[in-house]
Design a binder for this molecule. Sequence first.
Ligand code: HEC
Ligand code: HEC
Length: 290
Amino acid sequence: MSTTNPQSDAQPDDVPRRGRALRTEDTPAAAARSRRLSKARRRVANVAGLMAALVLTGALYSTIAPAHAEEAGASSDADYEAGREIYQNSCITCHGENLEGVDGRGPSLIGVGGAAVYFQVHTGRMPLVRQAEQGPDKPVVFSEEQIDQLITYIQANGGGPAVPSGNLRDGDLALGGELFRLNCASCHNFVGEGGALSSGKYAPSLHDADDLEIYTAMLSGPENMPVFGDNQLTPEEKRSIINYIQTVTEMPDPGGAGIGRIGPVGEGLVIWVVGISALMFGIFWMGTKA
Ligand code: HEC
Ligand code: HEC
């Protein structure tokens, strides 16, 4: 009986305590459960919010996008006018009032096409600031929009190869490598590092060029570079070459420093020199210890 007494004594105390435990988060298990529940609720709310935002963005975009497309169609006249204005401010002194060229200053641009304009202006070669052996690759002067306007204006006066669109590097990598070695490596080196040509000219490195610059370089053949029209290299072959150039450019150097990609002989020589030096150092160090 003395064993039941403490229990019955404890009961008045116990009951309210148990009652509290049932409805609040006093016990760790219940607290954890309710925390888990509210976390799940919060997660559901987050997902719902995200979905709502996505739907809203989609709806907004679908109302704005067609308006934008219509605008682009209607504004090609405006683009032409804007392009003509840029031309008259920045190009006319060397290329003439009607794109006919100016003796001793710049060639005619009639029929060079949008591709040549994109290449020359997007790589910063044009507008040329001074007569040099070769227009250097400078920071770009015009915005993408202004370049488009110049392209519209010059393309409309005499036509010529237009700027291509779409994915420009979906060609075959192996074929691209082969075509590059056949058509480009003689001037630009096997991996596009570039190199010197005769009489102060050079073929630049291709590693800073974007897909469209490479494509339009082939279409327009700047300076000493030959024109690779679609009869010389089909669009498919051009995209293969671009794939090759960009793959080589993005390739990491697996053995650490690439040493200018001069190849296994050069790299072996560096390892040999560094290794022998380390060995000599070790020998002398042991010698001084003894
Ligand atoms: C200071 C003179 C000068 C100015 C200004 C100039 N150019 Fe040129 N441009 C040249 C010369 C010289 C060449 C040919 C040599 C070369 O390519 O470097 C040339 C070549 C070009 C070519 C390549 C033609 C071809 O046959 O492929 C294009 C396209 C061109 N310029 C566009 C422009 C545009 C667009 C502007 C204005 C934004 C401009 N240039 C301003 C001097 C000039
Ligand atoms: C006969 C030599 C020669 C050959 C062959 C040649 N190029 Fe070029 N390339 C040049 C020269 C020279 C320039 C510089 C032109 C300039 O500065 O106006 C150049 C410039 C370029 C540029 C612009 C690089 C930059 O960002 O400044 C690209 C891209 C290019 N070439 C790609 C090619 C491709 C691709 C091939 C092969 C299909 C090729 N070239 C074949 C001589 C050559």
